[in-house]
Ligand binder design. Structure first.
Ligand code: F6P
Length: 325
């Protein structure tokens, strides 16, 4: 193992820079040449590798985003495109690839390994925290913290005006951000990702608001996952108004949740994961993921981390329901 490359893929997440820094400096400490690939798999295909040194990762640990930039590369599902990528890596004498991203990015890495024998390590990086095989993915804590701070501010004005707010958080398919934000902000209701608007139980939401009003509670916060249909929060607003004569305001937090300085938790985990990723390659691992399990950063088989976690943890939903009554 002489040369390793690292890239970020999929949506960025705060803490990716901590992982990049740890990868680069662990490589250098072990006399491995390390190459950064810009803009994910798309950049790999364009041949964008550049050699990194200690200084290239100086002063980045505290910054959100990723200095390597990232992209989604749908073409990578094609075997012939992966063959091209493998050819580029081999031509540049790159012995292994570290991929920081979500489960889509891990699937690409897994195929690259299976088809072309390239050793790969995945570092979980997505604010959605929805990768199978790991309890945690880098960026989730920061995203949740950002959303909580926003909802706290919305609470102030909601209370002043006796208003209901529908606050939309990220997570097209993942319920994780909505669940944590809902629980941490004392939300009255949480809407988890839906594929179609009609799956939202408007009557229950309305009844909860009305029950609150009866007992003198003028304001309510509903946390809504963005889900797979754009404009879900506006749909909920319109339905509450048309069917139940309940007015509300909509606030879509959007990509603000993907930026910002990583929290201590994200720095702590990302740094360990970046370090372990390199160590695992040096130890001869061929296809693994740096996972968090039972509070420890450990290695998991890549093939166990290819799926998405969709499940809503009911025990937390129960707490939200009980406390908002
Ligand atoms: O990175 C994950 C995520 O932020 C999801 O929560 C969200 O649904 C999606 O990415 C948004 O993707 P894009 O960057 O393409 O708008």
């Amino acid at each position: 193992m002489n040369r390793i490359a690292v890239l970020c893929s999929g949506g960025d997440s705060p803490g990716m820079n901590c992982a990049i820094r740890a990868v680069v400096r662990t490589c250098l400490a072990n006399d491995i040449e390390i190459f950064g690939i810009r803009r994910g798999y798309a950049g790999l295909l364009e041949g964008s590798q550049h050699q990194m040194d200690t200084a290239s990762v100086g002063n980045i640990l505290q910054k959100g985003g990723t200095i390597l930039q990232t992209s989604r590369c749908p073409e990578f599902i094609k075997p012939e495109i992966r063959a091209e990528a493998a050819h580029i890596l081999k031509r540049k004498n790159i012995d292994a690839l570290i991929v920081i991203g979500g489960n889509g990015s891990f699937n690409g890495a897994w195929e690259l390994h299976k088809e072309h024998g390239i050793p790969v390590v995945g570092i979980p990086g997505t604010i959605d925290n929805d990768i199978e095989g790991t309890d945690y993915s880098i960026g989730f804590d920061t995203a949740v913290q950002t959303a909580i701070e926003a909802v706290d501010k919305i609470r102030d004005t909601a209370h002043s005006h006796d208003r209901t707010f529908i606050v939309e958080v990220m997570g097209r398919k993942s319920p994780a951000i909505a669940l944590h934000v809902g629980l941490c902000t004392g939300a009255e209701n949480i809407i988890f990702p839906v594929q179609e608007e009609k799956e939202v139980d408007i009557d229950t939401i309305a009844n909860d608001i009305k029950r609150g009003l009866k007992r003198g509670k003028g304001s309510s916060i509903i946390i809504a996952s963005e889900g797979e249909t754009e404009g879900l929060s506006h749909y909920v607003h319109n339905e509450l108004l048309d069917k139940h004569k309940l007015d509300s305001r909509v606030c879509i937090l959007g990509h603000i949740q993907r930026g910002g300085n990583p929290t201590a938790r994200d720095r702590f985990i990302a740094t360990q994961m970046g370090h372990l990723a390199v160590k695992s390659l040096l130890a001869g691992e061929k296809a693994s993921v740096t996972a968090e399990q039972n509070g420890q950063v450990v290695l998991e088989k890549l093939e166990n981390c290819l799926g998405k976690k969709f499940e809503v943890e009911e025990k937390y939903v129960e707490i939200v329901k009980t406390l908002s009554k």
